[in-house]
Design a binder for this molecule. Structure first.
Ligand SMILES: *[C@@H]1O[C@H](CO)[C@@H](O)[C@H](O)[C@H]1NC(C)=O
Ligand SMILES: *[C@@H]1O[C@H](CO)[C@@H](O)[C@H](O)[C@H]1NC(C)=O
Ligand SMILES: *[C@@H]1O[C@H](CO)[C@@H](O)[C@H](O)[C@H]1NC(C)=O
Ligand SMILES: *[C@@H]1O[C@H](CO)[C@@H](O)[C@H](O)[C@H]1NC(C)=O
Ligand SMILES: *[C@@H]1O[C@H](CO)[C@@H](O)[C@H](O)[C@H]1NC(C)=O
Ligand SMILES: *[C@@H]1O[C@H](CO)[C@@H](O)[C@H](O)[C@H]1NC(C)=O
Ligand SMILES: *[C@@H]1O[C@H](CO)[C@@H](O)[C@H](O)[C@H]1NC(C)=O
Ligand SMILES: *[C@@H]1O[C@H](CO)[C@@H](O)[C@H](O)[C@H]1NC(C)=O
Length: 488
């Protein structure tokens, strides 16, 4: 019911905004004066809406952070979170690699490893129905699928570039993680097909979901080799029912398993923690304030377990738990919880020109409103990645190596197989790369002339690599946009 009063408020407020837009430069009204609790900065930030469909009143929200220094000579980088249905603003910008992260007191703490050191960062809160993005036509949400998302993202990019014309000829990179393994390559392909004058240079995708069978079967081996399942269960996985089969049955039959798969799921559930464990980072502690690991990975367990035993919700005190990355002061494990609180503040929403319309009266990092057809998950995107490489687009596929959600095991296999299929020779053989502290940052292999296809792991990093390993992630990102090899 509250959402109706919000809707009403914004209908009243809308004409004023329209008038302002006609008298100022298109982007100026989106300029952020100062975010609540923000330290002083020397770069400009913008946030607001780009209408992508006038008749259905679909508007996508964005947050744009200019590069911290020399912004005019730095590329434009679009970032997309996965889900599908997770927010690039709440996850990517405020919990991973944006210029600040909210602390427990609601103060924005400067992020020393912000990606805007290397690029102008554009965070797109897509698709409609996610976070602050919306469609006035609620029935639309049911219809979201990969191809709609890619078209919407292209429309967004083209219209955003009209709003910010100085970026029209700037080198563009498209980046993202997890389910963005679908929509980053798909958007990239549409850009090439559209023959627009966008100076599109490359993509980087982290722990990407690229191919159903290989990605899901990589999980079984990962669980076993990281001690999350027993030898006995792993034997069942290899002989009775594998994880791609389990997920296929779960997603297509709403959790009705065949007898063999039911056996494996029941056995796995017995061995997995039902709470206080982060499947996004098997070495991490969790924030205990909400009992959930970040980004709904508890749901990962409850999803499989739903037919076996209900997962109790847990509320306990705020915890000051922190994790350490080499050379980094410490990682705040409660950052997602704090971002939820921060982005739900009315003063923050006002400062960001954000509205909650048509969806809900609460901002949340991942939306259940966006219903993707399961069939979209079955569409492999690794072939699209191959066609991009074939078109001369630079491609980096990277993996936080502590992630069990989309583990590096499947990703490495997929990239290697793609290189073989395309006849790309190895130019840098599989070997460790080193971070700025001369520690092993991870492993890397590079393929093809001009080193156009790279695979890299980030050692110790989670599914949200830049959240858990900000320093190494920035080193990887800097090398990628500069087109330089990782330090040997
Ligand atoms: C809402 O979306 C549906 C499906 O795309 C479309 O058929 C309908 O015309 C839309 N309604 C409005 C009011 O835009
Ligand atoms: C900015 O660009 C100028 C000219 O290219 C260069 O001399 C300077 O070192 C750059 N500053 C930074 C902080 O990158
Ligand atoms: C996606 O949705 C559009 C519009 O509803 C539909 O035409 C298309 O077939 C769908 N694509 C897939 C792959 O489901
Ligand atoms: C691309 O740029 C060329 C040269 O400036 C121009 O003639 C052409 O119309 C542009 N194409 C598009 C799709 O904007
Ligand atoms: C996984 O299980 C399915 C169904 O039994 C089977 O077709 C497929 O080959 C298996 N995949 C692997 C990698 O074992
Ligand atoms: C799943 O099983 C339940 C109860 O056994 C049944 O009511 C339901 O129709 C099944 N769903 C599918 C999609 O088969
Ligand atoms: C709306 O928000 C409420 C409270 O956070 C939540 O319980 C509900 O699931 C949300 N509805 C949708 C459709 O996201
Ligand atoms: C790849 O390496 C093989 C063996 O060294 C060589 O014969 C072939 O020409 C190379 N292919 C390309 C595309 O460089």
């Amino acid at each position: 019911m509250n959402s109706h009063s919000w809707l009403l408020m914004f209908i009243i407020a809308a004409p004023l905004a329209t008038i302002c837009r006609t008298v100022e430069a298109a982007y100026e009204v989106d300029g952020i004066v100062k975010l609540p609790g923000q330290p002083d900065i020397s770069f400009q930030q913008y946030a607001g809406y780009v209408t992508i469909d006038e008749t259905q009143q679909r508007e996508l929200f964005y947050y744009f952070v200019e590069a911290a220094t020399n912004s005019t000579s730095k590329p434009l980088v679009l970032w997309l979170n996965g889900g599908p249905g997770c927010s690039s603003v709440g996850a990517g910008a405020f919990s991973e690699h944006g210029p600040f992260k909210p602390n427990a007191a609601g103060v924005l703490v400067h992020n020393e490893y912000s990606w805007n050191k290397e690029a102008n960062m554009l965070y797109l809160e897509a698709p409609a129905g996610v976070g602050f993005s919306y469609s006035a036509n609620a029935s639309f949400y049911e219809l979201v699928n990969d191809s709609i998302t890619a078209k919407d993202n292209l429309a967004f990019l083209q219209r955003w570039l009209l709003k910010f014309p100085e970026y029209k000829t700037r080198d563009l990179f498209i980046t993202g993680e997890s389910y963005a393994g679908h929509y980053v390559p798909q958007l990239a392909q549409l850009i090439l097909e559209s023959r627009s004058n966008i100076s599109f240079k490359g993509i980087a995708i982290g722990n990407p979901f690229l191919e159903f069978d290989t990605d899901y079967n990589g999980k079984g081996e990962y669980y076993w080799s990281h001690g999350l399942i027993s030898d006995h269960t792993y034997h069942l996985v290899n002989t009775v029912c594998n994880f791609s089969q389990i997920y296929r049955e779960l997603l297509s039959l709403s959790g009705n398993y065949s007898k063999p798969c039911e056996l494996v799921v029941a056995q796995s559930i017995e061995e997995w923690p039902s709470q206080n464990f982060d499947y996004n980072d098997v070495t991490s502690d969790v924030c205990l304030s909400d009992g959930k690991s970040q980004f709904g990975s508890q749901e990962h367990h409850s999803l499989l377990a739903s037919r076996f035993h209900p997962v109790s919700s847990l509320k306990s005190r705020q915890s000051g738990l922190r994790k350490q990355e080499a050379g980094v002061e410490s990682i705040d494990l409660c950052v997602q919880d704090q971002t939820d609180k921060y982005l739900n503040r009315k003063d923050v929403q006002e400062a960001m020109h954000a509205k909650l319309v048509g969806v809900n009266n609460t901002w949340s990092v991942c939306s259940k409103v966006v219903n993707y057809d399961y069939n979209n998950m079955e569409i492999p995107t690794i072939g699209v990645v191959g066609s991009l490489v074939g078109s001369g687009i630079r491609v980096l596929v990277y993996s936080g190596d502590q992630d069990s959600v989309v583990p590096f095991i499947g990703t490495r296999t997929l990239v290697n197989r793609l290189a073989t299929k395309m006849g790309l020779n190895t130019t840098v053989p599989y070997k460790p790369w080193f971070d700025c502290d001369k520690q092993v940052g991870g492993w890397t292999q590079v393929y093809g002339e001009n080193n156009k296809l790279s695979f890299a792991t980030i050692r110790g990093a989670s599914h949200l690599a830049a959240a858990s390993s900000p320093k190494r992630s920035l080193a990887l990102f800097a090398a990628f946009v500069a087109g330089k090899p990782l330090a040997a």
